[in-house]
Design a protein around this ligand. Structure first.
Ligand code: HEC
Length: 129
């Protein structure tokens, strides 16, 4: 009898503990992380173009436009971010927009267009990552 009670109690504690842990994991906002992983995915796609020496103008612009849209969502994805962080997010948006508008037609042009973009990534990571 006593053993059965202990087993039931143990199960109950296990279930309650699992619920606690799951709630805690859900509370951690997954969006900032997910957004940065997606951002680096598009940046990586561009790197693959450069590495393969195959920089197709329309494929390039598509990647840059995705990065542009993502950068616009940074302020919403990082709630309570300080103003200098938001300024850097805005800088990234401008840098990616300029790169997209320059419509790099070949790999050297793409490398040059990405330089100011990469600089903003680095500037923000140095301070906030
Ligand atoms: C305005 C600030 C800011 C800018 C600009 C920015 N990042 Fe980030 N990045 C962050 C922060 C903060 C983190 C840590 C977020 C986290 O993991 O919760 C991060 C994390 C990352 C990570 C690591 C994700 C992981 O696996 O944990 C990658 C990759 C990344 N950023 C790529 C980029 C790229 C590529 C750019 C430029 C195109 C960029 N970021 C621009 C703030 C920024």
């Amino acid at each position: 009898m006593r053993a059965a009670l202990l087993i039931v109690l143990g199960l109950a504690i296990g279930i309650i503990g699992t619920v606690f842990v799951m709630n805690a994991l859900e509370d951690r906002n997954p969006l900032p992380h997910a957004m940065m992983v997606t951002m680096s995915f598009h940046r990586h796609q561009l790197q693959q173009e450069i590495k393969g020496q195959h920089c197709d103008a329309s494929a390039t612009v598509e990647q840059l436009q995705s990065m542009q849209m993502l950068s616009k969502d940074i302020p919403a994805a990082f709630p309570d971010a300080p103003q200098p962080f938001l300024d850097l997010a805005h800088q990234l948006h401008s840098a990616v927009q300029t790169a997209a508008q320059s419509a790099p037609a070949d790999c050297p042009a793409l490398v040059a267009a990405l330089k100011p973009v990469d600089k903003v990534c680095g500037d923000c990571h140095k301070q906030y990552r």
